[in-house]
Design a protein around this ligand. Structure first.
Ligand SMILES: NC(=O)c1ccc[n+]([C@@H]2O[C@H](COP(=O)([O-])OP(=O)(O)OC[C@H]3O[C@@H](n4cnc5c(N)ncnc54)[C@H](O)[C@@H]3O)[C@@H](O)[C@H]2O)c1
Ligand SMILES: O=C(O)C(=O)C[C@]1(C(=O)O)C=C[C@@H](O)C=C1
Length: 370
């Protein structure tokens, strides 16, 4: 095993291929070569097979198993002693295909779109270590550098879980989106519903918007490429149909059945711990959304990533008599960490413009447009 392996990315021009190249180069100090038909300047498949010590498949879900088989045929045993990885959102078919090679094999699945941050810190990474021996220490170094919360699973466990964690969630929100988008079902334009929002509606609408904003083929392939999905969707459709039937009946007996089947039964099934934790998560997100809707706010990027830089900023607020009511950190679309401050109601706009003026040119913080 080479401790500074050359990385080859199959699908290097894609969203994750680009993120991974940055990650391997910047976080692990490794050299990366990539192949992608969408990038005429990329290396050839043959270059990757000849030179890469670690080959990582980051290609469209639907085509990945056949692509892997093609690489195996072309590699013709040269992959022996190397490590093959993939990050496909389904795991059974790609990992089975990689196991037809003579390489060591680990299937990965980051449970997030490529983040704005340089690592997967705070995110989940599913790890299917299908055949690993000499590359084990390097895999540990890779996982440590990724900083994700790792969950070890077999490909089957992964796909079973994803039928619920991804396919059910995506299908549910796409069905909701279709109803919201149906002029016969809503009183006016979609935007006219948002002023009536609850935190639940806002979160669900955001999830639907997220799904509809990202790569459509990923959402299609997650439904169609996982063998456990049809059964989960059939159950979901049956349950929704049952609710519609009971509500349509409208009788006391129907109400009683709804209460028993959908509220009490599921309350017991989830159990006290899951309910308490989920309820608390919801409340925290509710407060976060409330803070984000408060227009009495200012977003500031701290260019100096060092202990004490936030304190310097807080002192400026203090000097101008500004009372802070909320503080959240987030990232701008360009990936810069920023802090979003909310202020108490009695804060005067002049105080905030004085803060902005003091900050200008101070080097302590840069006020971002909201
Ligand atoms: N984007 C996400 O949210 C996300 C999250 C987790 C895992 N993944 C997985 O990452 C993989 C890549 O997803 P993405 O979001 O980067 O998709 P993408 O469509 O942005 O990138 C895929 C890339 O593969 C390239 N490609 C197509 N055929 C190829 C071939 N024969 N050889 C080499 N490259 C080929 C495409 O040109 C494209 O650049 C998928 O398997 C997906 O399931 C994506
Ligand atoms: O939008 C995000 O950040 C996601 O988490 C995307 C998401 C998901 O919705 O589960 C979609 C596909 C990937 O396989 C992983 C995660």
């Amino acid at each position: 095993m080479n401790t500074s392996p050359l990385i080859g990315i199959v699908g290097s021009a894609g969203a994750y291929g680009r993120w991974l190249r940055r990650f391997f180069e910047a976080q692990m100090g490794l050299t990366v070569i990539g192949h992608d038909p969408a990038d005429a300047t990329s290396h050839s498949e043959e270059d990757l097979l000849t030179h890469a010590d670690v080959l990582l498949f980051s290609a469209p879900i639907r085509h990945t198993p056949a692509l892997i088989e093609r690489y195996i045929a072309q590699s013709a045993g040269r992959e022996s002693g190397k490590l093959w990885l993939d990050i496909t959102s389904v795991k059974v078919a790609p990992v089975a295909a990689m196991l037809h090679s003579q390489a060591e094999v680990v299937g990965l699945h980051p449970m997030t779109a490529p983040p704005k941050s340089p690592t997967l810190r705070g995110r989940v990474l599913v790890v299917c270590a299908a055949r690993i021996a000499r590359w084990k220490p390097w895999l540990s170094a890779l996982l440590a550098a990724l900083e994700a919360e790792c969950v070890v699973a077999t490909p089957e466990q992964h796909d079973r879980a994803m039928a619920l964690v991804q396919a059910l969630v995506h299908a549910g929100h796409l069905a909701q989106a279709s109803v919201l988008n149906d002029p016969a079902a809503r009183p006016g334009a979609l935007e006219t519903l948002l002023p009536f929002r609850s935190a639940s509606f806002e979160m669900d609408a955001a999830i639907a918007a997220r799904i509809l904003s990202l790569n459509p083929s990923i959402y299609e392939d997650i439904q169609f490429g996982n063998p456990y999905v049809p059964d989960v969707l059939r159950r979901a459709a049956e349950r929704l149909h049952r609710i519609a039937t009971l509500v349509g009946q409208g009788s006391d007996a129907a109400r009683n059945a709804f209460r028993q089947e959908f509220l009490l039964h599921n309350q017991q099934g989830f159990g006290d711990v899951v309910l308490a934790e989920g309820n608390y998560t919801f409340e925290r997100l509710g407060y976060l959304l409330a803070d984000l809707h408060d227009e009495h706010s200012m977003s500031i990027h701290l260019p100096e990533d060092r202990p004490g830089s936030l304190r310097d900023l807080l002192q400026i607020f203090e000097r101008h008599g500004v009372n802070i009511a909320s503080l959240h950190s987030s990232r701008t679309p360009a990936g810069e960490v920023h802090f979003r401050f909310g202020f108490s109601r009695d804060t005067r706009p002049t105080q905030l413009s004085e803060v902005a003026q003091t900050l200008q040119g101070s080097g302590i913080g840069r006020v971002l447009p909201d």
